[in-house]
Design a protein around this ligand. Sequence first.
Ligand SMILES: [Zn+2]
Length: 337
Amino acid sequence: MLKNTLKRFLMGGLLLLSLPSALVNALEVSLYVSEPEEINTTSALIKGHSEMMVVSAQPNISAATRLANEIEATGLELKYIFLTHAHLDHFQGASVLLKRFPNARFIATPDVAELQRKRIAVSDDLARSRYGDNAAVPSPIVAPYNEDTIFIDGQPVELSRGFYGDVALGEPDEPHTVAYVPSAHTLIPSDIIYYNGHVMMGGSTKESRRIWLTQINHWLKQDYKMVIPGHMPKGSDLTPMGALTHTRDYIMAYDLALENHDNAEDVIAEMKRQFPTIGHESALLIGTYMNFKVMHKLLFNPTVETIFSILPDALAKWIDEKIYESKKADWQGEHIH
Ligand SMILES: [Zn+2]
C-alpha cells in the first residue's frame, strides 16, 4: 500500500517535472515577409532555445539580407535552410544566407533537390533580367536530405512529400514538401497556399486542381494554430486558417472561370471581378496567359502585341506554340546552358 502510494507520488512528480520541460522545449514559429517588389515571399523561422531553421530563402539579395539580419538578431544557431519546392523565389537568397551562416545546411527532399539542380541555369538567367544587381546569383545547389524529420534542439519538424501546388511552366505537377511543427501545431505548406493574393495557376490542370483542393480540404479539418502561406501581402492580418480558405476559394473560382470562358482575357477579367482587392496580379496574368499558351503576352511589350495583332491567327498561334515548347523545355532542365 505504502509502496504503491510512494510509486504514484513519484510518478506524479515525474509528470510534473516533465511537463514544464516539454513546454520549454516547444518550438516557436515566426514569419518573415518580403516587400511587394520581392513578391512578398514568406520565410518561416522555426526556433528552439539554442538552434533554429528557416523554411524558404527569399528571392534576391535585399530580401535575403534583411532575413539574415532577423536570423542573427535571434542569437540562435541557424542549422538548416529548408527548400520546399524548386522555385527561384525561394532558393536564390540561400546564397546570401550561406555567406552569413556558413555552418548552416541548405537542404531539400531528394526530388526537389534534383529539380532545383536542373533549373538553376534558367532560374539564374531570369533573376538577372528581373533583379539586375540585386539578383542573388549564382544560386547554391541544395543538398538532398533523405530523412522525414528535422530536429531543432531535439524537437521534431516533420516533412511530408508528394503534394500539389503551384508549378513551373508546362508541368501539371512537381514536387512540393510540406513542413509541420508538432509542438507549435503549425503547418508550412509554402507555395501550395497563398494568402490574399492571386494564386499562380499556370500549368495546373482540372485534375491537378482537384487534387490540390483535396489536400486543402483535409488540412481545413485539422484546426492548426497557424498555416503559413508561401506568399502574402506584407502586413496582412493572417488568421490561423485564413490562408487555407483563401486558396480553396481561389482555386474553385479559377476552375469555374476556365469552364465558363474560352480565352485568357475573359478568365482574367472574371477573376479580377471576384477578387478585386487582392495583390499579385502578375500571378493571374502570367498563369492565365500560360494556360492559354498566348506566350507573347508574357513579354508585356506593347510593340510585340501590336505585331501579333496584325499577324494571321494561325501564324500567331504557331509562334506562341513554339515559344511555349521552348520555355517548357527550359523549365524542365532539358536545355544545356
Ligand atoms: Zn513562390
